[in-house]
Design a protein around this ligand. Sequence first.
Ligand code: GLC
Length: 663
Amino acid sequence: MIQHYRFGHPIHTGAVLDKPTMDITPVKDFPGWDISPSNGSLSKTLSESMRVFGLGETVRGMNKRGWIYISNNTDDPNHDEDKRSLYASQNFILLASPEEEEVEGIFIDDPGTVRFDIGYTELNRLIICSESGNADIYRFTADSADEIVRQFRAITGQSYIPPKWAFGFGQSRWGYKSEEDIRAVFTRYQDASVPLDSIYLDIDYMERYKDFTVNTESFPHFSDFVEEMRKSHVHLVPIIDAGVKMEEGYETYEEGCEKDYFVKKENGERLVAAVWPGRVHFPDFFKPEVQNWFGHKYQFLLEQGIDGFWNDMNEPAIFYTEDRLKEVFEEIEKYKNENLDIQSYFAFTNLVSTLGNNPADYRRFYHEHEGQTIRHDKVHNLFGFYMTKAAGEALRKMEPNKRILLFSRSSYIGMHRYGGVWTGDNKSWWSHLLLSLQQMPALNMCGFLYSGSDIGGFGADCTEDLMARWLSLAILTPLYRNHACAGTRLQELYQFQNLESFRKIIELRYALIPYIYSEFMKAAVKNEMYFRPLSFIWSKDSRAYEVEDQVAVGESIMLAPVVEQNHNGRAVYLPESMKMIRFKAWNDYTEEILPAGTHYVECRLFETILFLRKGHVLPLIKPAKTTAELDYASLKFLCYDADPKDYTLYNDDGFTRNLPFTF
Ligand code: GLC
C-alpha cells in the first residue's frame, strides 16, 4: 500500500512520476508515527529488532541505526565515520525486522535539508525532520522488503540502463593529460592481455577546464583518436563539470550570458563562483530551456564518436564565490598586526578553510523553478539531478536508438531514471573497501542500480593487496572502474608486481558478464534490486540481519569478500546451504557444498569466491578482450541442485534503446 502525506507546500521535484497522482492522506492517519507538521518532523519508536536500511550513498553500515544523516549534497573527499552528508540525497528508508510481518518504507520528497536522526538523539527513536517544513511524504507498507522497493520504484520510475560495454573494466586516473598518455594505458593493458572496455578522460582533456572543448595541443586529432580506440572496442568517457568557465570568446559562456541561462543573485547579477578553471557561472538547470541547451552541448562530443559521460562537481562544488573571497580578504586584513590568541587564531584560519562549499554561498543565488524564484539552498539537492536529467533527456533525443553511458557524482531520487552514480572521492583504505560494498544495496534500494566506487580508492596510496581485494569484492558491481586522484601512487594494474594474477581477476569479471548483465537488466525492468542485504531474502533469519559484510547479487549469488588487510580468509554466514565456488581463474575453480551456518572460509589474495544458492544457476562465458567480443556460444552453467534451464539468461545487442526486454 502507498500513502501520500504532505507537510506545508512542498516544491515539486520530479522524483515521483507525475502520473498517476495520488490522493493526499491526512497526517492524522499516519499509523505508528508521531507527526508534527508545524516543525516538519515525524518520529517513531523503534523496537530493538527493527533495522533501518536505505539512504543510498552514506557513511557507515547497511543498518543505519545509531547515527544522524543529513541530506545536504556536499563535495567532501573525506568519507569518515563522523560525516553526516556526502554528495547525494536519497531520502528513502526501509524498516524491517525478523519479528514483524510488515515492512515499511518512507520517502521524504524535499529538495532542501532533511535530517534522519536514527537513534542518535534517543537510542530507540527515529526522527525525520524537514528543515523547511515542506515535504511530500510517501509511506509504503508490504509484507516484504522487495515489494516495498517495487512499490517505491513504481512511483519513481524505472532505473537507467547503460550500454553493455559499461559493465566491462574501465581505467581512469586524474592526471592522464594527452593522447599519448591514454594510448599508453591502452597499450599496456593490451600487452598484458588484460580485458578493458573503457578509458576515462578526466578534466585535463579539456582546454583550460572548459566544458565541451578539447585541448587540441594534447589531443590534436581527437575524433581520429576516439575512432582508433573504438576499432579496438575501447570507449573513451569524458568528464563534464557543472561550472562553465567565464572566458570571453568561449562559446558556451557567451551564449549562456546572452540567453540569461546562468544563476543569478538577488540583485540580478550572475553569481561568480570558482571551480577548476577559476571563475565560473552555474547554468540554471532548473529552467527547461537551460536543460535543453546544456544537454544538447554534449553533441559536440557525440559527433566525435564519444558515447559515455560522467557528470561531476554538481553538488554544486564551490571552491569560493567572488563575494565571499572579497569578504575574506577584507577580514584577513584586520588581523594584520594583531596578537593572534586562541580565539583569533582559529577565527583567522577559519576564514580561508571555510571558503569552499560555504553554506552562506548556497544562499546567495536563485533558481527559476516552475514559475517561481527560489533561493538555491531550498532546492540544493536537486542541482546534480537536474544537470544529469538535462544530459539524459538530450542524449535520448540526439541518440534515440543508442544507449549512452551516463553517471553522476551528485544525485537525488528521480535521477536514477537518467543515469547512474559513482560514490565519489573515497580513499585507498580497507574501511572504504567495506563501505563500498555496504553502499551498493542502499543505492539499489533507491533506484540507483548502475553504480560503483572508485576501485582501489581515489585518494591516498593503493597497495597491491588492496587492489586485488577490491577487484574481487567488486567482481559483480555494475560500474567496474579503477580511478585515482592525481598525486597518489599509480594504480593501473600493470603498475603492480602480479599483473598475471590481476589479469585472471579481470578475466573472471568478463566470464561473469552474462550473469551481471542479465541480472542487472532484470532488476532494472522489474523494478527490483541487484544487490540486496541478506535479510531481504532470509527475512525471518535474525542472524541475516546482523550481516554487514556479505550481500546477495542477483538471484543466484552471495558474496562474502575479504575486507581486512593481511587476512587469508574470513567467517562467512550461510543462511542456507550453498555451493562455494573458489576461482583461481575463470577456468580454474573448485566447487564445494557447504551446509547452512557459519564457516571459516580461506580466501587467499587473488582468489575470488562466489557462493551459489541452492536451486540456482551461474552462467559463465569464455572471457574476451572486450565485452563486445564475448562469444555467447562458449557459455556454460554452474549449478547447485538446478538445471541450466532453470536460469533465464537475458541478452541483447547491448546498445539498442527501448528493447522489449522480455524474460
Ligand atoms: C572530483 C571527482 C574525481 C575527479 C576530480 C578531477 O574530485 O570526484 O573523480 O577525478 O574531481 O576531475
